[in-house]
Design a protein around this ligand. Structure first.
Ligand code: HEC
Length: 156
């Protein structure tokens, strides 16, 4: 009986040890991913040049919104959701991404167009891609920013 108990606790011990190793590895992987993401944000920040928007022109504001909706559906909706509520497929499939609802009436970028364009370009280290590094053109960054501010239904 005693032998059995010892064996059981040995098994339990090694199971726990394996578990904490796996946890440590997962934590190390996550830390490495976060560091890489932070590096990318830094790189994108270094590349970002607000003057890149100076030469962007649109025939009409409507053109910017229409182009922005195309960019949004190709590049953003998979995470942010079709209606920008933060519930795209990547997210609802149990991913760890947590994009905020961008349709709220007091959305933080509504009166900060410059900040919005820069945020889209540089991304974050919590899952928002660094669109500048992905090669999204200034004109398309501008378009999708216009779309997000003026082209989506917002709660009141
Ligand atoms: C891979 C998933 C993913 C894609 C694709 C993506 N985003 Fe994001 N986005 C996120 C996540 C996650 C956050 C929250 C990041 C954080 O908390 O740091 C975010 C945050 C944002 C924010 C800040 C919102 C707020 O209210 O603070 C904006 C603006 C934004 N994204 C715009 C875009 C645009 C525009 C595109 C397409 C060009 C896009 N995102 C594509 C995942 C994504």
């Amino acid at each position: 009986m005693r032998v059995l108990t010892t064996l059981t606790s040995l098994a339990l011990f090694s199971a726990l040890a394996a578990c904490s190793n796996a946890e440590e590895e997962a934590a190390a992987r996550e830390a490495a991913a976060m560091a890489a993401a932070a590096d990318s944000v830094e790189q994108a920040r270094a590349m970002f040049d607000p003057a890149g928007f100076d030469t962007v022109t649109w025939e009409t504001n409507e053109d910017a919104i229409v182009r922005g909706s195309v960019v949004y559906s190709y590049s953003c909706a998979r995470c942010h959701g079709r209606f920008a509520e933060g519930d795209g497929n990547f997210v609802s499939r149990g991913d760890t991404l947590r994009p905020p609802d961008m349709t709220v009436a007091d959305w933080r970028f509504l009166d900060d167009r410059d900040g919005l364009r820069e945020h889209i370009y540089t991304g974050t280290d919590h899952g928002m891609p660094n669109w500048g590094l992905e090669g999204l053109k200034y004109k398309d960054v501008d378009a999708v920013a216009t779309f997000l501010i003026e082209g989506i239904n917002r709660e009141n």
